[in-house]
Design a protein around this ligand. Structure first.
Ligand code: AKG
Ligand code: FE2
Length: 692
């Protein structure tokens, strides 16, 4: 496989100052990293401002992009390299890992593992990126987050919950903002925010629609709202942290099972103001209900039917609260029209610097603007008159309210500015969100590239598999060839065994030959013995003859002296003796011949010995060959041992032959000396005869 990522064969992601994947210009110094092995340039997304850090083996989202996004440096000490970005791209890392492989199969295994790990990493990176995008989305919606933790009805899904509709909540937010300015809700400035709390309760008034939702909007400091089960069998208790501009939703039904409240902040905690506005859906008949909150001045107003009451058609109630802190919010639920009568007991005139005539005008205007909340029916005329008269009396209070209104307006303006600021931040977040989206698409490009690599690796793997298969086939063929070679070897072995058997038979023959030779030698020995015996006898005879001859010579001499006639006789005798001598000489010649025969025999034996020597040498050579070819063969070993024995026996035979030869030589010498003596005797005799 060609290295797709090599600088020559594959285009870098970065060309000039342009990233091909993002299709945008990049800062070469800050946004580009180079693989220190293949020297390819890659777009290091969002690593601006980083002149030194160690990027791990992969451009993984966690080790590279995320730290850059978080504007943090990689902190691992071993990873830092001053003055440079150190980076090995995935392909080079794979090459390094591949070089560890001992064989092709190992290489395939390493590649497979690598592909798996790259896939897992990429999947992790993509899911991390997705999470980040989701988080950023949430963060941008933080200004008005919808918190669903308090949904106590688990069956309620996002789709069927109207409060999950961001457009709707946006409109609501606007509405609330208007309400904030319009209503001018009185907030006691002397309120100790660190002690405020709302007792545990359930919004379970019968005036609330049974299958409706109750929504509470939080403004200001973050506070904990506690939810707990009412019934002992089910002891659940959860606390929900509600932040500024967040809403939580409960169902009306859950009120039968749970209660909720806002506990005081933990001891020692300093907290800011928090307002909450709760929205409830009332049953139709309560839509016009009235709540009148006020001091003793309101005691004359009584709701209900009958004489002295406001009337059946105006459902409502009056609660006594001389100061704001006396108001129990629990008592306030379920009323569409709430009148807070700020009595003169605590809030006196003098606090307003508004001119009375201006104030009066305002009151008149407000009267004209007021919706006809309460129609004047006959039964309630006097009470309402009293109410309007009271208003006249409360101009000072209204001026205070105006002041508060101004304060609230300022506060609203401030919050507007904050909102603008938030909007700005939001757009920034949106920008980074867009960047992330680009990075995501980059990653997808990388993913596609890796998929292509993966495909290529799979083809490579298939190639390797194919190679492995062919190697296996070749191996099988080799195995078949090997068995043929084995058969040849077996045949050779059998031949060798045959040769050994032949050698054994020739050894046997040699042995029998040696035996026959030994027998021959024995017979020769006995012949020599016989000859010696005969020689002995001849010698004895010769000695005897010599003695007899001497005697006869002396007798003859005596007789010769006395009688010449006896000369002839003596001549005859001499003739006989001559004959005898010639016989003896003949015998000696014969013996010489025998000795010569023996000599020839000895020579023959020697040549035979030479031949057997040669045979032995040949045998030894064959044996050596045999030993080489069939090393460790038991039969050959035995044969070798036998050969050694044979050699020993042969050596002894040789010694004996030597001894025999010397004995024969000695015999020959003796015979020669006897011959000499005989020759001397015959010469002496002839001389004697001549002298006679
Ligand atoms: O302030 C809150 O979050 C709780 C308000 C509440 O429970 C209520 O108005 O009934
Ligand atoms: Fe409540």
């Amino acid at each position: 496989m060609t290295r797709r990522h090599s600088p020559q064969s594959a285009p870098n992601i970065i060309k000039g100052n342009h990233c091909q994947a993002c299709d945008k210009d990049v800062c070469f110094e800050k946004e580009v990293i180079q693989c220190r092995l293949c020297k390819d340039y890659l777009h290091a997304i969002n690593c601006e401002g980083f002149t030194e850090h160690w990027v791990s083996s992969k451009t993984s989202f966690s080790s590279h992009i995320l730290p850059a996004l978080n504007n943090k440096r990689n902190s691992g000490t071993g990873r830092k390299r001053p003055g440079a970005v150190w980076y090995n791209c995935d392909c080079c890392e794979t090459d390094i890992e591949k070089s560890d492989a001992v064989n092709e199969i190992d290489k395939v295994v390493i590649l497979e593992q690598k592909i798996d790990s790259v896939q897992t990493n990429l999947r992790d990176e993509i899911s991390e990126l997705k999470n980040l995008i989701i988080n950023l989305n949430n963060k941008s919606a933080d200004d008005f987050s919808v918190n669903t933790n308090a949904q106590l009805e688990p069956s309620l899904t996002k789709n069927d919950n109207v409060w999950m509709d961001s457009q709707r909540t946006e409109r609501l937010k606007h509405l609330i903002a208007v309400q904030k300015t319009d209503s001018g809700v009185k907030v006691d400035d002397g309120l100790d925010t660190n002690n405020t709390h709302l007792a545990m309760h359930s919004d379970d008034e019968s005036s609330i629609l049974a299958d409706s939702k109750i929504m509470t909007l939080s403004i200001g400091a973050t506070r904990g709202v506690v939810f707990e089960s009412k019934h002992s069998s089910n002891k659940l208790r959860e606390e929900l942290q509600v932040s500024n501009n967040s809403v939580y939703i409960m169902s009306r039904r859950s009120q039968n099972w749970f209660r909720h409240g806002v506990p005081p902040p933990p001891q020692g905690d300093v907290t800011d103001e928090r307002f909450s506005i709760t929205f409830r859906c009332l049953k139709k008949q309560f839509s016009r209900s009235i709540l009148l909150i006020g001091d003793s001045n309101t005691k004359e107003v009584n709701f209900g039917s009958g004489s002295g009451k406001v009337g059946q058609s105006f459902p409502g109630k009056r609660i006594r609260a001389a100061k704001v802190k006396d108001i129990d919010p629990q008592e306030c639920t379920g009323y569409s029209n709430i009148f807070i009568m700020c009595g003169t007991n605590d809030l006196r005139s003098g606090m307003s610097n508004m001119k009375p005539e201006v104030l009066r005008k305002m009151v008149t205007e407000s009267r004209s603007l007021s919706p006809p909340l309460i129609s004047r029916d006959k039964s309630s005329v006097s009470e309402m008159d009293i109410l309007y008269n009271r208003i006249d009396q409360q101009v000072e209070l209204i001026s205070v309210l105006k002041q508060r209104l101004d304060e609230m307006t300022k506060r609203w303006e401030r919050s507007e500015a904050e909102l603008e600021q938030q909007e700005l931040e939001r757009s920034k977040v949106q920008q980074s969100h867009n960047q992330i989206a680009i990075k995501y698409s980059n990653l997808e490009v990388r993913w596609r590239q890796l998929t292509e690599n993966h495909k290529e690796m799979i083809t490579l793997k298939d190639d390797y598999k194919e190679k492995c298969r062919s190697i296996t086939d070749r191996l099988k063929k080799l195995e078949v060839g090997e068995s043929a070679a084995l058969a040849v070897e077996q045949r050779k072995y059998n031949d060798l065994q045959k040769t050994v058997a032949e050698l054994q038979t020739s050894q046997k023959k040699h042995l029998s030959h040696q035996n026959s030779m030994q027998e021959k030698i024995k017979s020769l020995e006995s012949q020599v013995e016989n000859l010696l015996e005969k020689e002995k006898k001849l010698l004895e005879e010769l000695q005897q003859d010599q003695l007899n001859h001497k005697v006869s010579v002396s007798q003859f001499e005596l007789k010769l002296e006395d009688n010449d006639s006896l000369l002839a006789q003596s001549k005859n005798q001499n003739e006989k003796l001559k004959d005898q001598i010639s016989d003896l000489t003949q015998q000696i010649i014969n013996r010489g011949k025998i000795v010569q025969d023996k000599d020839e025999q000895v020579k023959r034996l020697q040549s035979e010995k030479k031949k057997s020597d040669e045979t032995n040498k040949k045998l030894a050579k064959e044996l050596a060959d045999l030993t080489e070819s069939v090393n460790g063969n038991r039969i050959v070993k035995d044969l070798r041992e036998k050969l050694v024995d044979e050699k020993e026996r042969y050596r002894r035979l040789e010694i004996e032959l030597e001894r025999f030869k010397t004995a024969a030589k000695e015999q020959l010498m003796k015979e020669q000396s006897v011959n000499k003596q005989l020759r001397h005797v015959s010469l002496d005799r002839e001389r004697n005869m001549n002298s006679l």
